[in-house]
Design a protein around this ligand. Structure first.
Ligand code: ATP
Ligand code: MG
Length: 227
């Protein structure tokens, strides 16, 4: 279980998260939505220890997330895929996936190729010469090769063609299901994402103003202006 307990976070003097509480059960899939600047990325960064919390705590599976120790938090099974630039551009697709899977099961690459067939087709191409969307799929594939127990995704479908968006969300859902992953996914494609998550959270100015089932958010038209 992920337990976020009254956290406050700042960039310098700018307070971006205010007394934020959140509990996420193992295997739960959560969509995080909200305006630009609402604090969505900051929340993910706190969960992996990239952004320090000034007060409050975050625990994953009973262990404390340590600020500025992303490598340690990663070893607890927390995976973070930031927006863009997640691949080694001078290595081939195959090499990128292989490196990502070294600590776990390099054979899992066949699963990744199944969900992203384009990566199989381009396995010998330098990652830096893939299109933006293809690099995004590779970054996602690499994260999954690490078999995280808690996967934090920051806008995984941004920049992807609309017909690919569903494929990627389907792939994320399928692999998270198979692996029993807990998923927190920030998304701008709210309507598309709601079909793939169980629970929806809306952030406004660093505070959670909605936390309920994705179905409820779909029905709550009065809230749609918030994202
Ligand atoms: N490195 C930084 N230094 C200073 N301020 C920052 C930094 N990163 C983010 N901020 C500020 O913190 C606030 C929250 O930013 P954050 O990136 O968490 O928002 P977001 O909800 O992810 O927005 P978006 O939808 O645009 O990605 C914003 O006001 C932003 O300007
Ligand atoms: Mg963001």
């Amino acid at each position: 279980m992920l337990s976020i307990n009254k956290i406050n976070a700042y960039y310098g003097k700018l307070k971006v998260l205010h007394d934020l509480n959140l509990s996420v059960q193992q295997g739960e899939r959560i969509g995080i939505f909200g305006h630009n600047g609402a604090g969505k990325t900051s929340l993910l960064k706190c969960c992996v220890g990239e952004l320090e919390t000034q007060s409050g705590q975050i625990d994953w599976a009973g262990q404390r997330v340590v600020a500025h120790a992303v490598h340690l938090n990663t070893r607890m099974g927390i995976g973070f895929v930031p927006q863009g630039n997640n691949v080694f551009k001078d290595l081939s697709v195959k090499q990128n996936l292989h490196i990502a899977g070294l600590m776990h099961d390099p054979g899992f690459v066949t699963e990744i190729y199944q969900v992203f067939p384009i990566l199989r087709d381009r396995q010998n191409q330098m990652a830096g010469t893939l299109s933006g969307g293809q690099q995004q799929m590779l970054g996602l594939g690499m994260a999954m090769m690490r078999k995280p127990h808690l996967l934090l995704l920051d806008e995984p479908t941004t920049g992807l063609a609309p017909i690919i968006v569903k494929d990627v969300l389907n792939a994320v859902r399928r692999i998270s299901d198979e692996q029993g992953m807990t998923l927190m996914m920030v998304e701008q494609n709210v309507q598309a994402t709601l079909a793939y998550v169980d629970r929806a959270i809306v952030l406004k100015s660093g505070r959670i103003i909605f936390d309920d089932t994705s179905l409820r958010l779909r029905q709550e038209e009065s809230l749609w202006h918030l994202f």
